[in-house]
Design a protein around this ligand. Structure first.
Ligand SMILES: Nc1nc2c(ncn2[C@@H]2O[C@H](COP(=O)(O)OP(=O)(O)OP(=O)(O)O)[C@@H](O)[C@H]2O)c(=O)[nH]1
Ligand SMILES: [Mg+2]
Ligand SMILES: [Zn+2]
Length: 327
């Protein structure tokens, strides 16, 4: 039976079959995803083959099925269909393992906030570079505009201008007041969209606005650090009334890029890649070489300092062969 993974709760996956049944599933013991060492062999958005276990009368006899699993019956995931795309990051600090955030998405919505909490440009740029590498279009969603003071608003304008110039779609919204949500729905209609971003930026609050019956848990920022509290712990897909769906995911701290070679990093910074064609040396790393067009453009303010710094910090990660957390 074919189905779509709509929720991931640790080692359990909820799968919705083509005829609308829901199964709580486990990955079959010897099943491994070819070529990738990942903490999760399959992810929300994956199309899989499942084999219902009719000999097991229900969840009561499989004691570790999550309490709130919508189905009484359980199944084994026996195969995975080819993915159209996916978004992947390093699983954790120093980890050699990866974590697949979601598969088969039409759009990656990166929710960011200028303040409360502040999303760093390094984090944004790492996410954008990964999406570029895996060919997933990104929509930058700047949330909590209701909280911004004068200086925050000026910064918001500048940062939206920067990313729009690079060709990224940007929207400013407020999940609290509903500002900008009509435009957002317009962008999401008919698409499968991943919601990602730091903890506390309002992913689940936005989801609840767009899909009221989702009733996803949300929580205030910690008063001490003005940071999110990692409220969402599972990834889950929710259908939009206008068609399409949203995948809400747990907030991420650092966004370690997975699987890039050092030489590749510049390919995923659009403007650095474009400008880099004019460097004197074909293998220019844009760090110390003479005749570097990127450094020249940086000097002329044609390339933003923040973008170049993000590029350098990603190069550095590759140098050390390890993952350093970005804030
Ligand atoms: N003022 C204001 N507060 C917001 C807005 N959006 C979300 N919040 C608040 O921000 C806090 C965190 O929101 P969540 O939706 O839990 O954030 P999240 O991104 O899902 O966080 P994790 O699940 O931890 O990754 C909550 O107290 C929300 O009420 C907004 O647009 N304006
Ligand atoms: Mg959440
Ligand atoms: Zn160069």
């Amino acid at each position: 039976m074919r189905g779509l993974i709509v929720r991931n709760t640790g080692s359990w996956y909820d799968v919705r079959t083509d005829d609308g049944q829901l199964f709580a599933c486990k990955v079959k013991g010897n099943f491994r995803l070819r070529g990738i060492r990942s903490t999760n062999p399959v992810a929300v958005g994956d199309i899989v083959e499942i084999k219902p276990q009719y000999d097991t009368p229900g969840r009561n006899s499989t004691p570790d099925v999550p309490e709130d699993s919508p189905s009484g019956s359980y199944a084994l995931i026996t195969d995975i269909h080819d993915r159209r795309n996916y978004i992947i990051r390093k699983a954790s600090n120093l980890s050699k393992q990866s974590h697949i955030i979601a598969a088969n998405v039409d759009l990656a919505g990166l929710i960011v906030t200028i303040a409360h909490p502040e999303t760093s440009t390094t984090f944004i740029d790492c996410f954008l570079a990964t999406a570029e590498a895996y060919r997933v279009p990104v929509l930058l969603i700047f949330n909590k505009v209701d909280l911004y003071d004068e200086a925050d608003r000026r910064y918001l304008d500048a940062i939206m201008f920067l990313y729009r110039q690079l060709g990224y779609e940007c929207l400013a919204v407020s999940a609290a007041t509903g500002d900008g949500l009509e435009a957002l729905i317009g962008e999401l209609r008919g698409k499968t969209t991943l919601f990602s971003g730091n903890s506390g930026v309002g992913k689940s609050t936005l989801l609840n606005r767009l899909v009221p019956e989702a009733r996803a848990k949300t929580a205030e920022l910690s008063t001490a650090h003005d940071q999110g509290q990692h409220t969402t712990t599972f990834s889950e897909m929710y259908d939009l009334a206008v068609g399409g769906s949203i995948i809400d995911t747990p907030g991420i701290r650092g966004f370690g890029t997975f699987d890039f070679e050092r030489e590749e990093v510049s390919h995923y910074f659009r403007e650095i890649f474009q400008t880099g064609r004019h460097c004197r040396f074909g293998n220019c790393t844009h760090t110390h070489e003479p005749g570097c067009a990127v450094k020249e453009a940086l000097g002329n303010h044609e390339i933003a300092e923040s973008r170049y710094q993000s590029y350098l910090s990603m190069l550095e990660d590759k140098d050390e062969g390890k993952y350093r957390e970005h804030f």
